[in-house]
Design a protein around this ligand. Structure first.
Ligand SMILES: [Cu+2]
Length: 333
């Protein structure tokens, strides 16, 4: 993962600041090391019986090497603040937005909406340990990569389902915190290409695997990709088959968390065992979430939307697998 070459306006601003700090540091390095080498040679002991010049403090020099670095650091600080305020991730100078605010804060939401003209808004949900992307319309959800049209203004509306994550695509701009209960925003407009980033705040054991990928396609190719994804999302599914559902259950992650008497499902993460699941009046003890096929379908597709904060993850199940699992689970009496 490299920030080079920067491909957005924000990333170019960061790069410009980085270059400046880099050359300042080179200057300081050359000066300090040069003086050091000069002093080592100039004031060295020349003869075995000679005591070299002994110096005990020098007010002028000490003032200089305190004031000059302070001024340099103040300048770098000022430039960093200036860069941050100029970044489009924070709106525009005319319409600044704090990029993080509480979910449901309608005023902040309107400010975000007015901040930048956008061609497409994609919802991003960070969870241990994947980034999930929801496209407009709600049918298309991806986790592997974020595919976007190139050279269009894209806004990501981001939040987290569990712990604090951070969205960091070094070639695209600044790192943005993604917090549970809050919305964060980022804007970008990128040329065609593939970009790699990473969750940039420690979020649990598999944090290092929480890679983010952005693939920008020319509009026509994007449209084709999107049409394919929508079609795949709405393929006609056959009625669920309990036998297939059972197979799926016993050979997938479900068994790691769920207990069903007399089977290999011996997981103990979920509080209620599923042995007689079909006799429970509600799903996951959510008030009003009656235990029936329709609700169960919704639960399996996205548990978080029905019970925010639940420890059951969204497993991105395929439509057919959901049907089969529903058929199977409802036989458990
Ligand atoms: Cu993370």
């Amino acid at each position: 993962m490299s920030m080079l070459p920067p491909v957005t306006e924000d990333a170019r601003l960061i790069k410009a600041l980085y270059d400046l700090v880099f050359w300042l540091a080179v200057g300081v390095f050359v000066l300090v090391e040069g003086l050091l080498i000069y002093s080592v040679i100039r004031f060295r002991r020349r003869r075995a019986d000679e005591l070299p010049l002994q110096v005990h403090g020098n007010r002028t020099l000490e003032l200089i090497w305190t004031i000059v670095p302070s001024v340099l650091i103040a300048i770098v600080f000022g430039l960093a603040v200036d860069t941050m305020t100029r970044m489009t991730a924070r709106g525009t100078l005319a319409n600044p937005v704090a990029h993080v605010h509480a979910i449901g804060d309608q005023q902040a939401r309107r400010r975000v909406e007015a901040a930048q003209p956008v061609d497409m808004v994609i919802e991003v949900i960070g969870r241990q340990w994947v980034w999930q992307y929801r496209y407009p319309g709600g049918d298309v959800i991806t986790t592997e990569e974020l595919v976007v049209p190139a050279n269009k203004n894209i806004r990501l509306d981001m939040t987290a389902a569990d712990v604090i994550h951070a969205w960091w695509m070094p070639q695209l701009g600044p790192m943005i915190y993604v917090n549970p209960g809050e919305m964060s925003y980022v804007w970008f407009n990128v040329p065609p290409g593939e970009y790699v980033g990473q969750c940039n705040v420690y979020c649990g054991v598999a944090h290092a695997n929480m890679i983010a990928r952005v693939r920008a396609l020319p509009q026509a190719e994007f449209d084709e990709w999107f049409a394919q994804q929508s079609a795949a999302a709405s393929v006609a599914v056959e009625p669920g088959d309990p036998e297939r559902g059972r197979n799926y259950f016993m050979n997938s992650a479900c068994v790691a968390c769920h207990y069903i008497e007399g089977t290999k499902a011996q997981g103990k993460v979920a509080p209620r065992d599923l042995t007689r699941f079909a006799t429970y009046p509600t799903i996951a003890q959510v008030d009003g979430l009656e235990n029936n096929a329709e609700n169960l379908r919704r639960w399996l597709k996205d548990p978080q939307s029905l019970k925010p904060g639940t420890a059951m993850p969204n497993l991105n199940l395929k439509a057919q697998d959901v049907e089969d699992l529903v058929a199977y689970l409802l036989t458990l009496r």
